[in-house]
Design a binder for this molecule. Structure first.
Ligand SMILES: [Mg+2]
Length: 415
């Protein structure tokens, strides 16, 4: 890995906020477009998550690539910056970094290195932001009515806790990281069940409590999910809400996107509409990823490209309807026609969420405000839209208040 002095400076001078993240992205991505995830729950903030953790990763990359000394030297020339407090986005606590010494000590105990493509992490963070932001509005709308939504007043809670959408997306990214992008359904089922057992209070859907408990108790996942709803299986949103990062992962191969999205979806949702919803979301995220660095596709073209790769289904019909909607269509009308998740099903949710994302592929912030305005299954519509848009844009442009409020993600890789 080639590291330029400016890269060292970018790391050394990082303090907080989106602008620094951009510089860190440059530092980390100098060699290729992947970041290295070095994470351990026991060893503190070693994962990529927020600006401070990008720094951790940058250190790890530099140390692992044998350029730790260069980094140390670069930092030493700016002695006063060596132990600069780095604000932890989402926690508001300064974290002191000691470039060189601490990281070289850590290098001796670094866990295995796993490459996670940049767009995958961007998509995961976008999904988490959407989920955490959207989830707030259930309570606000119930308590205060729509005034805050119409005025675009930020949710007042200091911590925007994310829900099952993010919990399961995190599990899926871990599965992809371990499997090199290939979903092992048996292992993934166990991972979902374990994540559920670790924290059941993440707003899981009613049927998922039963499904994940039984899988965790040792019942074969195939039988459990196929037996739901009188043998039809669930056609809820669980398979789709977590699928965007997978699309980003396989963006170079849309056949692989569809295949792996379906494989992960079938682990919890037997109904073909639920699985197709997951494929649609993953395809959209893949197309968003492929558009990075170029112009955003027009909304109708983008949605049509998703629909073309879907099997005959209600989800495909919905995406096609969304693709044909006139440009001036209001969010209220789109939500009424397409459904914004009130029925808690793939066909009733995915086309609307993708319509929202497709209209704001260059603006995650605007896209999430638009999505939430359609009400319905808000955390999931926002998680889907956020995961798709951020696969193209990343999350750095979101306002600092969002970064400060959103609950941080745990490490991508744990031991
Ligand atoms: Mg949720």
């Amino acid at each position: 890995m080639r590291v330029e002095p400016d890269d060292c400076q970018a790391v050394a001078m990082a303090s907080d906020g989106a602008s620094d993240r951009r510089r860190l992205d440059t530092a980390v991505a100098t060699q290729n477009e992947q970041r290295v995830v070095v994470a351990s729950a026991q060893r503190g903030p070693g994962c990529i998550q927020r600006a401070d953790q990008h720094i951790e990763v940058a250190y790890a990359v530099l140390v692992l690539s044998g350029t730790g000394v260069g980094l140390h030297d670069g930092a030493s020339r700016r002695g006063e910056q060596r132990a600069q407090p780095v604000r932890t986005l989402g926690q508001q606590k300064p974290v002191h970094t000691d470039i060189g010494v601490r990281e070289r000590r850590r290098a001796a105990i670094l866990p295995p290195v796993i490459n996670v493509p940049t767009a995958v992490l961007d998509s995961l963070y976008g999904l988490a932001f959407g989920d955490a932001f959207g989830d707030r509005w259930f309570g606000i709308l119930r308590r205060d009515g729509p005034a805050g939504l119409e005025a675009r007043t930020l949710p007042p809670e200091p911590l925007w806790r994310w829900s099952d959408d993010t919990a399961q997306a995190l599990v899926l990214v871990r599965e992809l990281a371990e499997g090199g992008g290939v979903v092992d359904q048996d292992r993934l089922a166990q991972r979902f069940a374990a994540a559920y057992a670790d924290d059941t209070h993440r707003g899981y859907g009613a049927s998922m409590h039963d499904v994940l408990r039984r899988i965790g108790a040792g019942e074969p996942w195939q039988e459990v999910v196929a037996g739901q709803f009188g043998g039809q299986g669930s056609w809820g949103n669980g398979a789709a809400m977590r699928a965007a990062p997978l699309g980003a992962w396989h963006s170079a191969d849309l056949d692989a996107v569809a295949e792996q999205a379906a494989r992960q979806g079938a682990v919890s949702h037997h109904h073909p509409e639920a699985v197709t919803g997951a494929v649609a979301v993953a395809l959209a995220a893949a197309l968003a990823t492929r558009s990075r660095g170029g112009h955003a596709p027009a909304r109708p073209d983008f949605l049509q490209a998703v629909a073309e790769r879907l099997p005959d289904s209600d989800v495909r019909s919905g995406v096609r309807v969304a693709a044909r909607m006139p440009e001036h269509t209001s969010v209220r009308h789109a939500a009424e026609v397409l459904g914004s998740g009130y029925r808690m099903s793939g066909p009733d949710t995915v086309p609307y969420a993708l319509w929202c994302a497709a209209g704001h592929l260059d603006d995650l912030h605007e896209g999430l405000w638009l999505t939430v305005a359609g009400r319905g299954d808000i955390d999931t519509t926002c998680a889907i839209a956020g995961g798709v848009i951020a696969a193209r844009t990343g999350v750095a442009a979101l306002p600092p208040a969002w970064h400060a409020a959103c609950e941080p993600l745990p490490p991508i890789v744990t031991e």
